[in-house]
Design a protein around this ligand. Structure first.
Ligand code: 6U4
Ligand code: NA
Ligand code: NA
Length: 158
């Protein structure tokens, strides 16, 4: 049986740019990604999204401005845990992104996303996000550098 763990992943948009963070430690270290982490017991997913964004790059967002744009499920060969990742985006935020112990933030133009230094799955679903589409994706990994199989679809609603 699969044990599901829920994570958040937040993307901040500004004009034609998107804010990514270089992960400095832990899971996904040395990869660019959105901001997020584990949802704590008794915490609403949307509250976890805003909390992790603040902790990781010091930006403030109102949860009412976070839009749930995607749902990603990751499994790993030989591992009974599923990472269930809820993806959010907004272009309404307060503050200036700044570096923390966990992440070093940087703005990227849409045609300059650093896919070579990101999770392999990102190049498969970022195009949906960048076009403003809602999406669902599931990816089965062997280790962290090989996707054995996957499925992605555009959603009409979340
Ligand atoms: P702690 O224990 O506090 O360091 P925490 O910040 O709670 O961890 P973390 O950073 O391990 O959680 O969460 C992992 C983050 O990576 C979440 O935002 C989800 C995201 N993520 C995990 N696998 C991913 C993948 N294959 N592709 C992707 N994002 C992924 O784009
Ligand atoms: Na995190
Ligand atoms: Na965190």
């Amino acid at each position: 049986m699969l044990l599901k763990k829920i994570y958040t992943l937040v993307f901040i948009r500004k004009e034609s740019q998107i804010l990514l963070g270089m992960k400095k430690r832990g899971f996904g270290m040395n990869k660019w990604n959105g901001f997020g982490g584990k949802v704590e017991p008794n915490e609403q997913i949307i509250d976890a999204a805003a909390r992790e964004l603040k902790e990781e790059c010091c930006l403030d967002v109102k949860t009412s401005n976070l839009k749930n744009i995607g749902h990603l499920e990751f499994t790993f060969e030989g591992d009974s845990t599923m990472m269930d990742v809820r993806v959010f985006a907004t272009d309404i935020f307060e503050g200036t992104p700044s570096e923390t112990e966990e992440m070093a933030p940087k703005w990227f133009k849409h045609d300059q996303i650093p896919y070579d230094d990101m999770w392999l799955d990102d190049r498969l679903w970022f195009p949906y996000m960048l076009k403003g589409k809602l999406f669902y994706g599931r990816f089965h990994y062997q280790g962290f550098d090989k996707i054995l199989n996957y499925h992605i679809e555009e959603l009409e609603s979340m």
